[in-house]
Design a protein around this ligand. Structure first.
Ligand SMILES: NC(=O)c1ccc[n+]([C@@H]2O[C@H](COP(=O)([O-])OP(=O)(O)OC[C@H]3O[C@@H](n4cnc5c(N)ncnc54)[C@H](O)[C@@H]3O)[C@@H](O)[C@H]2O)c1
Length: 377
């Protein structure tokens, strides 16, 4: 039995992880500031908070505050660092906040460990697929390549597939493995890469084992239905249930690796319980890519809705085109393989949403913000 601190433990992944760890007999402490973007303005209305209330020791605190970290770290044997600002698009104009919370918060955690007494043996940090930017592709002429961020001029002509930076020919997507080039295309991605590297480097010098889990697109029951900045399944669901049309960006063929929450929790538990690995980064995904058009069509069908699905050709600067994780490393090192298919997971998600109160749809507001900042075309 471990004393496990989860920063951000009231969030989507954190709350599910906390409940699983409690069921396995661990003592769980949560450090979370109940950010209104995820939890509304009251604890009472936050279903995620209510789901862990009374089952964990809850510290209402901020990762930007050293005293909150000191209190939270005391007697902990494992830290799972999940607290973060998580919106890729939002990170492009709330730069100071993203860097302060994600990088600054991590820096304070490590500074406390480096300068004070601790009982921590392991740190697990939530990294992200965002650190890979466009990820790995195949070029007929140049083999394995890492394309540059797509240009505005290219996308405004409706050409959305990444091009080889050497011969400018279209590329084929490859699964991105952990040795792939790190080249984030958003401030969010940069902060996740910084978090990961800071933790791997500092923990090594402190003799603490550290595992960075590069989560792909996590979805499932419990994900925020009020945060319009992240979570495509939630955004589309909220649009559908408010009878608003869905605007699909680009040509709808952009794709993501969607991994179900239970699989992510299982992978994280395996990383916590492992006692062989000293320090490493691991992809956590389904290993399957699903197009955004498929997501929209499947949701429309499951909700039995007749809202319009419009493929608009709009695009966001900094968005990646495709994503699929190579998950052979985590399979080999931790014995992880995902259990829930996208179809089954989506059905579970929709069944859960149908029992939720889905109120306002703040999506237009988030799009207007992107337009105002010149990021949405
Ligand atoms: N959900 C995904 O698809 C996904 C994919 C890749 C990586 N991740 C990473 O996994 C982690 C958890 O993601 P999630 O989907 O559960 O996000 P979430 O937004 O649901 O949870 C984050 C939690 O952190 C808390 N938090 C935010 N700022 C804080 C601060 N300053 N101090 C203390 N607590 C703070 C929030 O209140 C929230 O409860 C994040 O680090 C995220 O970057 C998530």
């Amino acid at each position: 039995m471990e004393n496990i601190l989860i920063s951000g433990g009231a969030g989507f992944i954190g709350s599910n992880l906390a409940l699983k760890l409690v069921s396995l007999g661990h003592n769980v402490r949560v450090l979370d500031n109940l950010s209104p973007q995820i939890h509304t303005n009251s604890k009472e209305n936050s279903q995620l908070y209510q789901s862990i209330k009374g089952k964990v020791t809850f510290i209402n605190g901020d990762v930007r505050n050293r005293k909150d970290w000191q209190k939270a770290i005391a007697n902990s044997t494992v830290i799972v660092h999940l607290a973060a600002e998580t919106g890729t698009g939002q990170s492009m104009y709330q730069i100071e906040k993203y860097v302060q919370v994600n990088c600054g918060g991590t820096a304070i955690m490590l500074d406390v460990l480096a300068n004070e007494k601790y009982t921590v043996k392991k740190v697990v940090v939530a990294s992200s697929r965002a650190i890979y930017g466009e990820g790995k592709y195949h070029c007929e002429s140049h083999g394995e390549v890492y394309p540059d961020e797509r240009e505005d001029t290219q996308m405004s002509n409706g050409q959305f597939e990444p091009l080889c930076s050497i011969c400018k020919q279209p590329l084929g997507m490859l699964a991105t493995d952990e040795d792939s080039k790190i080249h984030p295309s958003s401030i969010y991605g940069i902060t996740k890469s910084d978090q990961e590297q800071m933790i791997l480097v500092a923990c090594k010098s402190l003799g603490i084992s550290a595992i960075a889990l590069r989560y792909q697109n996590v979805y499932g029951p419990g994900q925020s239905l009020i945060n319009p900045y992240t979570g495509i399944l939630s955004i589309f669901s909220t649009r559908i249930l408010n009878n608003n049309p869905i605007n699909i960006f680009e040509d709808g063929k952009e794709s993501r690796d969607f991994v179900f929450i239970d699989d992510v929790v299982n992978a994280t538990v395996l990383a916590i319980q492992d006692n062989k690995l000293k320090s490493c980064s691991l992809n956590v995904g389904s290993g399957v890519s699903t197009t955004v058009q498929t997501v929209a069509d499947s949701l429309k069908k499951l909700y039995q809705s007749d809202v319009d699905i419009k493929v608009s050709g709009n695009y966001r600067l900094g968005d990646i085109r495709h994503n699929k994780a190579d998950i052979s490393k985590i399979k080999k090192l931790l014995g992880f393989s995902p259990k829930v298919s996208f179809d089954d997971g989506l059905k579970q998600f929709v069944d859960w949403v149908k029992n939720q109160e889905v109120n306002s749809d703040n999506y237009e507001q988030s799009i207007n913000e992107m337009k105002d900042k010149g990021l949405m075309k």
